[in-house]
Design a binder for this molecule. Structure first.
Ligand SMILES: Cc1ncc(COP(=O)(O)O)c(C=O)c1O
Length: 382
C-alpha cells in the first residue's frame, strides 16, 4: 500500500514512521484535494458556501455514514477540532446548576484540562475511573455508570495512552440512571482503525473523531455524530448551527437545526474536509474496508512483536507492553517503562536508527500504518 503514500515517503527517506497514531501520513490523493479547495474558492468566491454545504459536506457525511454504518448522514457535523465539540457539549448545561461528569483517567489532553478547569466553578462533580487494571475496567466502569445520575458520560473508544479498547456502550448503556444523560464516545483512535458499526448507538450516543490520525486527512477537520432527535441547545453556538433561519429576523429565542448541524460553530477553513473526502473515496476505490485495514495492521503488530522478542531488550518486551486483549486493541502499542528519562533516552536511540516513535511521560508508543511492511521492523535495533 506504500504507493498510495509516495509523496510523504519520498519526503522522509529512510525513516520508519511509527507514530501514525499521532499524525498519519497523508495519501497522495490529498494533495490534489487540498488544491481543489483553492480552486473552488477562486471559482465560486462568495458563493463557495453553496458548493461546500450543498455538495462537499453532504458527500463527506455520506462517506462517513457508510463507514460507520449509519442511516442518517445529516446527523454528522464538522468542526476544526474535537475540543470545540467538547466545549460545545459542556455548554449545553446551565453553568449555575450542578454538573456531574463520569469519565476515565485516560481521556485526551484537552478533555482532561477542560474538565479539571470546570471544577473551579465549584458546582461540578468529576468522577474519574482509572483504566488500570484493564482486566477489571469494564466491570468497574459499568458499576460507576449505575452508581449515580450524571449529566455527561465521556469515554474513549480506544484509550490514547495505552491503545486498549474501552468497553463498547452495549456493555454499559443500559446501566445509565437517566435518559437525559449526554453520552459521548471519543472515537479518535477508533475511526479509520478498528472496525466500527455505530448503528446500534446512533439514536443515543455522540461519537467524535477527526482527521489527523487514521483518517489520514491531516488537522483541521473533525466530526461528531449527533444522536437522532437530539434537542440540546449549546450556549456556545455560531451561525452554522441554524442555516434555515439565516434569512429570518435574528431576534428572540435562538433556534437550532434539527439535524447534526445544531452542534456546529462558525466559519472554518474546509481544506481539510476536501482532503478527508479524498481519503474516504480512496478507501472505497482501493477496497480498504475497516476489516481489511484492521487485518493488515494486526499482521504488522504480530511481526513487530516477533521482532521485539528477538531483540531480548531490557525495556521493549511483552512485560512492559500495556495491553488487555490484543485482538481488541487499537493500532498502536504502548510500553510503560520504569521512568520518563528511560523513555526519552530510548526514543532518542530509536530516532538515531531512523525509527520515529512518540512518548508521553513514562510511556513509549509505536503505531502501525498501511505504509509499513513487516520487513521494515528490522530497522528497530533497540
Ligand atoms: C483520544 C483523542 N481524542 C481527540 C484528539 C484530538 O483532539 P483535538 O482535535 O481537540 O486536538 C486526540 C489527539 O491526540 C486524541 O488522542
Amino acid at each position: 500500500m506504500r504507493h498510495l503514500y509516495s509523496r510523504f515517503l519520498q519526503a522522509r527517506p529512510g525513516i520508519l514512521h511509527m507514530s501514525p497514531h499521532s499524525h498519519y501520513y497523508w495519501p497522495d490523493v490529498t494533495r490534489d484535494a487540498h488544491m481543489a479547495y483553492w480552486d473552488d474558492s477562486a471559482k465560486h468566491a462568495d458563493n463557495k458556501w453553496d458548493v461546500i454545504f450543498g455538495e462537499r459536506v453532504p458527500a463527506v457525511q455520506r462517506l462517513i455514514a457508510e463507514r460507520l454504518q449509519l442511516s442518517e448522514p445529516q446527523q454528522i457535523v464538522f468542526a476544526p477540532n474535537t475540543h470545540e465539540f467538547v466545549y460545545r457539549l459542556l455548554s449545553c448545561f446551565d453553568a449555575s446548576k450542578p454538573l456531574r461528569i463520569l469519565t476515565t483517567d485516560s481521556e485526551f489532553h484537552s478533555f482532561n484540562r477542560q474538565s479539571r478547569r470546570l471544577l473551579e466553578r465549584g458546582n461540578v462533580d468529576l468522577k474519574v475511573v482509572p483504566t488500570e487494571p484493564f482486566t477489571t475496567f469494564a466491570q468497574r466502569w459499568r458499576d460507576e455508570v449505575a452508581a449515580a445520575t450524571y449529566e455527561l458520560v465521556f469515554i474513549s473508544q480506544i484509550f490514547y495512552n495505552s491503545g486498549v479498547a474501552a468497553p463498547l456502550p452495549e456493555q454499559w448503556l443500559d446501566a445509565l440512571q437517566s435518559d437525559d444523560t449526554v453520552v459521548v464516545v471519543d472515537g479518535y483512535h477508533g475511526f479509520g482503525a478498528v472496525p466500527t458499526d455505530w448503528s446500534p448507538y446512533q439514536d443515543r450516543v455522540f461519537y467524535l473523531a477527526g482527521g489527523y490520525k487514521y483518517a489520514q486527512a491531516g488537522e483541521g477537520v473533525c466530526f461528531a455524530v449527533v444522536p437522532v432527535n437530539c434537542q440540546l441547545r449549546p450556549e456556545y453556538t455560531g451561525w452554522f448551527a441554524d442555516f434555515a433561519s439565516l434569512a429570518h429576523p435574528q431576534t428572540g429565542p435562538v433556534g437550532y437545526a434539527d439535524d447534526g448541524y445544531r452542534m456546529a460553530g462558525a466559519t472554518m477553513d474546509f481544506t481539510a474536509l476536501y482532503r478527508l473526502e479524498a481519503v474516504l473515496e480512496l478507501w472505497q476505490t482501493e477496497g480498504l474496508t475497516d476489516v481489511r485495514v484492521n487485518a493488515y495492521i494486526r499482521d504488522l503488530q504480530a511481526a513487530f512483536l516477533t521482532h521485539i522478542d528477538s531483540l531480548e531488550h531490557q525495556y521493549l518486551n511483552r512485560e512492559t507492553l500495556l495491553q488487555h486483549d490484543l485482538t481488541a486493541h487499537g493500532h498502536f502499542f504502548t510500553f510503560k517503562l520504569p521512568s520518563a528519562e528511560i523513555v526519552k533516552t530510548l526514543a532518542e536511540t530509536l530516532k538515531q536508527q531512523g525509527v520515529a516513535t512518540d512518548y508521553r511521560y513514562d510511556r513509549l508508543r509505536f503505531g502501525f500504518a498501511l505504509y509499513q511492511r513487516t520487513k521494515d521492523f528490522q530497522q528497530i535495533r533497540g
